[in-house]
Design a protein around this ligand. Structure first.
Ligand code: ADP
Length: 259
């Protein structure tokens, strides 16, 4: 029996089909979030990959910012619950989860056995989120996928002191016009995102293993900066951006078995 998990985020939509609550049958991801064609495009990709259709889905759970607007869903579940579920499936003894998506950041404290203990969220400010990195990449005339390569070539330490995205952008523009290297700016941008993420994580408590999920975990420059700031290793699951959708598909399997 198949279950579908779909995570309709602020900037990207992610979907996973699982079989029997254990194996992943298909995955899809598009860079278009809530209010766009993202969800339909993810469904089309999932069904063409697997040769299945919505009728074959025994249970569907939607999560993410746009979850309430997804009609085929049997149920909507919060991102926190889905991320906790997905991360614990991938790293069963996870203690601290740092999740950074397009427009928010969260830290979740787990009990090491898959249960959520506590969480904190930053939903009010773009600083320290994917959107901040997307804006910075644009100013540096590169893509978010390339920020890590720049960071790796950094030789000089710079600091971005503004905590507000708009002021931080002005700061980066003035660094560029004063001749600072893009590589050093990328490193400083990652440090600034890491500081925000770590202050969230410290509020719930940091214990190993620490796992990072969400699209921003695909940026190894941010992951290394968090490791430096926390002084510990950070585990990134193989598909960090799919973590919420994986959690949703797993919870769909649980819901089915409860029926
Ligand atoms: P949401 O669920 O809010 O849409 P996601 O968890 O999907 O957010 O993360 C989106 C963010 O992931 C983007 O804002 C971007 O900064 C980051 N991202 C996406 N792809 C990459 C990539 N290839 N490398 C680095 N960062 C990426």
């Amino acid at each position: 029996m198949y279950t579908l998990g779909i995570d309709i985020g602020s900037t990207a939509t992610k979907g996973v089909i699982m079989e029997g609550g254990t194996g992943i049958v298909a995955t899809a991801m598009v860079d278009a979030g809530t209010g766009t064609s993202g969800a339909q495009r993810v469904l089309d990709a999932l069904f063409s990959q697997s040769g299945l259709s919505q009728e074959d889905m025994a249970y569907t759970i939607a999560t993410g910012y746009g979850r309430t607007r997804f009609e085929p869903a049997d149920k909507q579940v919060s991102e926190l619950t889905c991320h906790a579920k997905g991360a614990a499936w991938q790293i069963p003894d996870v203690q601290t989860i740092i999740d950074i998506g397009g427009q928010d950041g969260k830290a979740i404290k787990m009990d090491g056995m898959g249960g959520m203990v506590n969480f904190v969220m930053n939903e009010k400010c773009a600083a320290g989120t994917g959107r901040f990195l997307d804006g910075m990449a644009r100013i540096l005339e590169t893509s978010v996928g390339n920020l890590n390569d720049l960071d790796l070539k950094s030789t000089e330490r710079l600091r971005i002191t503004s905590t507000c995205t708009v002021f931080a952008e002005s700061e980066v523009i003035s660094l560029l016009s004063n001749g600072a290297k893009k590589e050093d700016i990328a490193y400083a941008i990652h440090e600034s995102v890491a500081k925000r993420a770590c202050s969230l994580a410290r509020r719930v408590g940091v214990n190993d293993p620490v796992v990072m999920t969400g699209g921003v975990a695909r940026n190894q420059g941010v992951v290394r900066a968090i490791e430096r700031e926390l002084g510990t290793d950070v585990i990134v699951p193989r598909e960090p951006q799919l973590n919420g959708a994986i959690g949703a598909a797993l919870l769909a399997w649980q819901a089915l078995n409860r029926k």
